[in-house]
Write a new protein. Structure first.
Length: 300
């Protein structure tokens, strides 16, 4: 019934639906986790769990992703709730850049995609830790740009609204988790839709054949793969299979850049960050991640 539409529009629609269908379960999971954090995580518990030393707190945030894995599709609501609950920003963003990569499922899929070799899984995880340490240190010691758009103090309002969770029944707490998760899902979901639409249109109409010809130098190949990672907006569980198919064309350096950069920055993730974070901070964050990943890919 849609045969009257141009082939490019049909192709864009197919890619758009595939991105949305692939991302929605992870966004929903992230929003439910965000709801659980709002109900059960208190500032007092944060203070007990996290070390006072900033560098140690960054290291803890970098490793949390292995035990609490999250896809990049649903990471922004979790990070927003972390910060509102009093988790230091440098810890939260260290978690944000590593969680979609050191996720055991992602590491195993990378292992499988590259012929049962741990080389690329290791390089991918190492790159994410390096980015996390530098981004966390930048936020902890250098950055003065406000991060969250909201002017509400991190947790005062939520404590006043919810009170002590021990005073509520398990049923009430679970209901609060679901209510917040659903609200967050519909609020965040529209940005996912916009990001998926932009990503699908860029995949169809961006001249990728021209970019694929720019493989004459190592640095150009890396930059091309950063652009592809951003525009393709693949989930980190699946991008290794695309990367492995391009290995012979671009080489190890560019593919590692693709594997590290994609789960940290893509179009759908950017749209969700735009909802929660200040624009100036987002620009600085993406620029710094791009530089770190490029340098890392060049020197490995």
């Amino acid at each position: 019934m849609f045969n009257f539409l141009p082939h490019s529009v049909l192709q864009m629609s197919t890619i758009f639906l595939s991105i949305v269908i692939e991302a929605i379960p992870f966004v929903l999971l992230g929003c439910i986790i965000s709801g659980a954090l709002q109900v059960f995580l208190t500032p007092e518990r944060v203070q007990k769990i996290l070390p006072k030393n900033k560098l140690l707190a960054i290291l803890v945030g970098s490793c949390l992703g292995f035990f609490f894995p999250s896809c990049e599709c649903g990471i922004v609501p979790i990070i927003t709730q972390f910060i509102k609950k009093g988790v230091p920003e440098h810890t939260a963003f260290a978690f944000m850049v590593t969680a979609p990569i050191i996720n055991p499922i992602v590491l195993f899929s990378t292992f499988i995609a590259f012929g049962n070799s741990w080389k690329f899984a290791f390089l991918r995880a190492l790159g994410s830790f390096i980015v996390a340490l530098i981004i966390g240190s930048w936020i902890a010691y250098i950055n003065r740009t406000p991060i969250l758009k909201t002017d509400i103090p991190p947790h005062t309002e939520e404590l006043h609204e919810h009170g002590d969770t021990h005073k509520h029944s398990v049923r009430q707490n679970l209901w609060s988790v679901l209510v917040h998760g659903i609200d967050e899902f519909f609020d965040t979901g529209r940005y996912l839709i916009i990001g998926a639409l932009i990503a699908s249109s860029m995949q169809v109409y961006l001249p990728t054949q021209f970019m694929l010809q720019l493989t004459s130098s190592k640095i150009v190949g890396i930059l091309v793969m950063l652009v592809l990672a951003f525009t393709m907006s693949l989930c980190s569980e699946a991008d290794a299979f695309v990367g492995s198919s391009l290995l012979s064309l671009f080489g190890t350096n560019a593919i590692v850049a693709f594997l590290v950069f994609g789960p940290m920055v893509d179009i759908k993730n950017l749209m969700m960050m735009k909802r929660s974070f200040h624009g100036k901070f987002i620009v600085q964050l993406i620029a710094l991640i791009s530089v770190i990943v490029t340098v890392y890919a060049l020197v490995i």
